[in-house]
Design a protein around this ligand. Structure first.
Ligand code: BTN
Length: 252
């Protein structure tokens, strides 16, 4: 198995946009460290990228398994100018960017499990966590965190069933660079909701909607223009679910 090492020179070589790369062997969490840097005024498009995270974080307070040398763990700093560029817009744009990059660099097909998980061959290969910082009640920065399992072979018991990896002989520098370039392209030019929708792996599936209150099965109808998930419960009632409110379990 060929293991590629992350390198600032290669990342710079493969990206078309100008990013400020900070490459680390190991880090607690690229999102946590970049959030601290943002508070100190780090420039836009600073990217912290690491070979390993010791406290990688996922959505809903979960941890993100980030073992050494087998994945891409990176965070990108943005200072959105428009109020519309909230964490949902950025998360969904990033999901499309990751899918395009995976398909450009590997021979895999990539799909999106609403709202922020990327799946290949029925397994989750990437998670996205966008976190916002506010100043005087206004959106100041967003840290976009992306974790991709490139050639991770062993996963902990609790995620073994659903986690997967992209495979061997993938250049992590090329893949990370492509994700960043695709993201900037979408972020700056917008209009990706059709592609997000067409990549949705949940549409027409029966899922379990878990909220703080209860767990209910529902059929996924689709995704609306605001990226809400429309589901239909067994009594025929429909509901639009917002990012952050619920957890969707796929009933495979
Ligand atoms: C999820 O699956 O719920 C989201 C996972 C996001 C993981 C990435 S890895 C880089 C960045 N740093 C973190 O601590 N988390 C994100």
């Amino acid at each position: 198995m060929k293991i590629t090492e992350l390198s600032k020179e290669k990342l710079n070589k493969y990206t078309s946009s100008s990013f400020l790369f900070d490459v680390r062997k190991t880090i607690t969490s690229t999102n946590s460290v970049l959030k601290e840097a943002a508070k100190l005024g780090a420039p836009e498009k600073t990217v912290i990228i690491a070979e390993e995270q010791t406290s990688g974080r996922g959505r809903l307070g979960r941890s993100f398994y980030s073992p050494a040398n087998t994945g891409i763990y990176m965070s990108l700093l943005l200072y959105p100018k428009s109020e519309n560029s909230d964490t949902l817009f950025i998360t969904t744009a990033a999901a499309v960017a990751v899918c395009r990059a995976i398909e450009a660099i590997t021979d895999k097909k990539a799909g999106i499990k609403w709202v922020n998980d990327i799946y290949c061959d029925g397994k989750k290969v990437c998670g996205i966590l966008a976190e916002a910082g506010y100043l005087s009640g206004k959106l100041n920065y967003v840290v976009l965190g992306i974790g991709i399992n490139v050639n991770t072979e062993e996963f902990p018991e609790e995620i073994k069933q659903k986690a997967g990896a992209l495979g061997d002989n993938i250049c992590k520098n090329k893949l990370a660079a492509k994700v960043l370039d695709e993201f900037v392209n979408i972020y700056e030019n917008g209009n990706f909701i059709h592609e997000y929708r067409s990549r949705s792996i949940l549409t027409d599936k029966i899922v379990t909607v878990s909220s703080a209150k209860d767990n209910k099965n529902a059929k996924v109808i689709g995704i609306d223009n605001e990226c809400k998930l429309e589901v239909e419960f067994s009594d025929g009632t429909r509901q639009l679910l917002s990012f952050g409110e619920v957890n969707i379990l796929m009933n495979i």
